[in-house]
Design a protein. Sequence first.
Length: 111
Amino acid sequence: MSLPVITKETTQTELDAIVQKAKSASCFLKAISHEGRLMILCHLVSGEKSVTELEDLILARQAAVSQQLSRLRLEGLVIPRRDGKTIYYRLVDDKPKQVLEIVYDLFCRDN
């Protein structure tokens, strides 16, 4: 994998596309930059979890978990599913998992 190189020959259309992708990446990184949201995503990598399960896993109050889930939902990283009174969340796609694997390798894995 190589990063794009911007040169004098890069067209305005190409630059606009790069800027748009940078904006998307920035929004994604901002969404995962909070430790509570990061922990929620780490737990959701293994599968769907209820809000109550997430509260227990990250040792946080329901209001805090709901606030972080709301931000993750707003950024399009998680999707809710209601079953009666219980709301479950799962990852929308594989992007968070891919990034979390890199974060884990860089910061958590014992080398």
